[in-house]
Design a protein around this ligand. Sequence first.
Ligand code: ADP
Ligand code: MG
Length: 635
Amino acid sequence: MQEFELYQLLERYGIKVPKYKVFDIDQEFFFDHFPCVLKIDSPKVVHKSDVGGVRVGIYSNEELQEAKYEILDSLQKHGIFLELGDKFIVEEEVHGEEFYIGGLFDPIFEEVLLFGKGGVLIEVEKDVCYIDTEADEKEIVKSFKTTKISKLFPKFRGKEYKIEYVVDVVQKFQKLFTSEPIVEFDVNPLIYTDEGFVAVDVRMRQGPKSHFEDRKRSEDIFHNDRVAIFGATDNPKKVGYALAKNALSSKATIYFVNPRLNELFGQKVYHDVDELPPIDTAVLAIPAKYVLDTVEKLGQKGVKNIVVISAGFKESGNEEAEERLAQLAKQYDLNILGPNCLGLYNSQKELNLTFAADTIRPGSIALVSQSGAVLAALIDKAASYSIGFSHILSMGNMADFDFGDAVHALQDKPQCKSINIYAEGLRHGKKFLHQIRKSTKPIFIYKAGKTKAAQKAAFSHTGNISGSYEMLIGLCHSVGATIKKDIDELIFAPAFEEYEEVLIITNAGGPGTILTDIVVQNGKKMYELGQEEMERLDQVLPSTWSKNNPVDIIGDATSERYKAALDILYKPELLIFVLVTPQFMTDGENIAKLIDRPNLIPVFFGNESFKEVFEHFQRQHIVYFNDLENVANIL
Ligand code: ADP
Ligand code: MG
């Protein structure tokens, strides 16, 4: 499509364009709105100003003729020769701040808009945000607020900027992009005027778009009353052994299946699907070649939840088997978790259907991980701090059950207080965003693979400025998820999520200041000391104490002074860091004994002097820190 046809398309969606006239190259030009702009409109020219194809600031029809010859001249110098069918556009010159709006059909998120600062430096500045085509007004504003250019709104240097205009123009492009067979477009600049945005330069690429179609699932993946473990074995070296052992201690009824065994852990072993009594959940730790047949039989039997631990699918080049798994899931309305995964955990049944080495404690954190290894490591860490889980889902290859389904499945679970996701690659992005939007529980995401090179597209700017990591982060943030930068935060931060204000008691000024920065940068507030508290502290602390939070109780503080300060300042609703640096008189072991409530967090900044203290904390399963930076993991 040529530019003037694109103008017509925009106008059909109510998007303003400048007054314009289109001329054939051999016509005489005339216009009656000055100043005006003359542009070449030819499929041979993509970036017009790069080849001298745009003249602005034209004040008369004589100047317009001159501009035409200048453009023709410049095009020739760039080796571009016009022919019949090529056009010129004369249009009104529009004045205002230059913005940008672009659209991209992403393989994961489908139609996504980019919006932000426009102009020639767009690829350098990259001051854009990502907006889903399903985003409502609130979400559009939230995304836009992440850009620097948004600081112009509502007023800058005496000029008013209306956020309603942003919402209006974005909504119109959302409609256009989802209704038209367009895979990519660019409007640069989109000029902010007192009457709203005006698009003065449009590029679009047409193409087919295939949208993912979600399906309804009739069964809850955490309905696990009667569970069969296929591949249960007495060989301790095998996954099936760990699975059987971990599952046995649950409140669910567990059945074992293995064609070569009759008894395991004092229980009968079934030989195949037909022999089994009715079950709701099956776990498959059997060779990949038997998986498809078994899933089909289970589907026919009416079993709805199938956890495929077995590897040997897409990850080892066996795409066909993986596709077949997905088909079976559709055909029999199954929840298939995996393949190539670590399993699941369901605290409602105290059911550990993983082959992780540690005991999993019941708690309030739901952990959803694409990588089984990362999951095993986090479970192990959690075990050493007595952190408990409400649910765990190891997603594996996600042939069927994906992150969107996981978020959905956790909504009606009262045990789950937060959903924590470790993601490598996403699938079905719109569905995922949709579920995050609807979620009543906080969602934390850690995304691996940040440095994946941005998509290349010479045609327009969109591809060049849309790094897939930034897009994922931007979109997930705007729909309400919190992005975590450190993987440990997935298990530590949720436990301390409820605390808004922080108190620091320290025996050193410098570390107290550093920790304050970390606290504030991670979105928590520093508690403000009350008058009465100050007076009481004056009585027990040396006169040089900081009179402020962080409460610096001075380098010679011993456990007694820490205790005196804590007695005055302790409040259950505060997150309290007991910050200790090793000084000659510091009795670390006694200070450690003061840590006896979950909102007291020891930060013993040192190493050699505190070895025994750290052992004490480990024995007691107390979350502690021996440095300052990692404190961010719980904030
Ligand atoms: P291209 O991006 O293909 O080089 P544009 O149509 O965007 O060409 O024009 C180049 C620049 O000229 C724009 O970025 C803008 O600064 C200015 N410009 C173009 N059309 C207008 C207009 N109608 N009003 C004001 N400025 C314009
Ligand atoms: Mg342009």
